[in-house]
Design a protein around this ligand. Sequence first.
Ligand SMILES: Cc1cc2nc3c(=O)[nH]c(=O)nc-3n(C[C@H](O)[C@H](O)[C@H](O)COP(=O)(O)OP(=O)(O)OC[C@H]3O[C@@H](n4cnc5c(N)ncnc54)[C@H](O)[C@@H]3O)c2cc1C
Length: 492
Amino acid sequence: MVGDVEVDVLVVGAGPVGVSLGALLAQAGVTALVIDKEADIYPLPRAAHVDHEIMRIFQAIGVADEVAASSRTPNRYDFLNADGEVLLRFEGADRLGPGGWSGGNMIHQPSIEMSLRKAAMQLPDFRLKTSCTWVSSEEHGDTVVSRVRGADGEQSVRSCFVVGCDGARSPVREAASIELDDLQFDEPWLVIDTLVRDAERLPKINLQICDPARPTTCVLMGSGRHRWEFMLKPGETAEQMLDDQVIAGLLSPWNVEGAINLERKAVYRFNAKVAKAWRKGRTLLAGDAAHLMPPFAGQGLCSGLRDAANLAWKLAAIKRGANDSLLDTYQLEREPHIRAIIGTAIMMGRTVCITDPAAARVRDQQMLAARAATGAAPHAPANPPMAAGCIMGGPPAGAYFPQFVSGAASSQRFDDALGAGAWLIARTAVATVAGGPRGFALADIRLDPYRDQLLRWLDKHAVEAVLVRPDRYIFGAGEPHKLLAAWATQLK
Ligand SMILES: Cc1cc2nc3c(=O)[nH]c(=O)nc-3n(C[C@H](O)[C@H](O)[C@H](O)COP(=O)(O)OP(=O)(O)OC[C@H]3O[C@@H](n4cnc5c(N)ncnc54)[C@H](O)[C@@H]3O)c2cc1C
């Protein structure tokens, strides 16, 4: 045993969720040790898309500009049938979403993970230990004693909480005997990532080809890369499909020979599962450890990062004296959101993964008729606002508070002006106390570029003030003193 380590939070797993959680904790003055059994970042691309809300979390961590510089923002996501007719079309992902960034951002996950690690390592309260495997945790009163194994032998880590961000197989979840609710989606797909040599010959939008002969996905990634995914048919094995000749055959209808080079290939099973408990005592789960979904909505990583943003401020509040029952609001708030998103991802998956030609014809007829009837492009289904948890009253409490933008090319952002933590934004000045939400009156000079937008928001909801949580969800709106009193009660 090589010495003990003491830290506020031990984060198991330095994937994107674990590192983001560690960074957000450290920014809030919570010491975080993030460990990973691997020496390096997982090198193979997985996520190709993050939404505006995730870019806002990246902004808080300080990596959004870097991510935006290498991401691409296609304006369409089309579901086509075998004849090339549009069954479903989502438009506008290139426009600003409520988070103040483009609605859809096509990315390269390992590059983002590298940026996150670099930013987190600048924070004095963040520590990363790689080649270090979590072995076990035991609770002793208000301390968790964990055993971890690194190249230098076994060590014990004493922390107030342990968060398993340790991926789909999550040893932390297993050890806590937390079961998964299986939402019955299980389809094998071949994923092919390519390096682009001639972008002009590649599609400029994201595509789902709903061809029963071979359901196929073709999407942009971060600049310089493009992805194809092909569903395996009954009887096909991963080994057969990973053969380069087979891959060349699958790509031939796209006429991209010479325009791309194969970077990697892998067969995944796309599943949908939710952990039945996200907290057990002082152990919590986040990211893929807590939920899995097929990638058709591009939301697995996004959901994990929302977990991190939700957990980070609650753990920081507990360090400052809030009761740890605040953590019971974590699953309460996040699970309905996750289940709605998984529902969308499964709906998209079931639309694409039809291999019976007769069933595909019926689907095509129904979807073409629905599209002809409405004419309009559907919006991606809205995520439900929180109906319960650490919020005060009904709507707009629990909804997402937008990030206002201003300036040339929307380059000034509200969060940068106001900074981290909870905000009380009121029409007129309100006295706040140290350690509570920071107060901003509309006359505040920092709000100059956003005053009109803010005023419109307050007028629309006919309220005097809004209290925004550190994860940018609305705690409540109304009379400022009542908001501050309710916040103090919930966080005591
Ligand atoms: C083909 C594909 C496409 C996808 N597309 C998208 C998309 O477009 N958009 C999107 O939002 N999501 C997408 N996803 C999902 C996304 O990639 C995952 O949700 C995300 O990577 C999960 O991050 P995580 O940090 O929770 O887990 P991981 O990235 O899996 O990290 C878990 C970490 O825990 C470590 N670990 C495990 N056990 C231990 C232990 N005992 N001790 C120490 N460390 C341990 C592992 O080494 C690993 O580094 C896609 C996934 C796939 C497979």
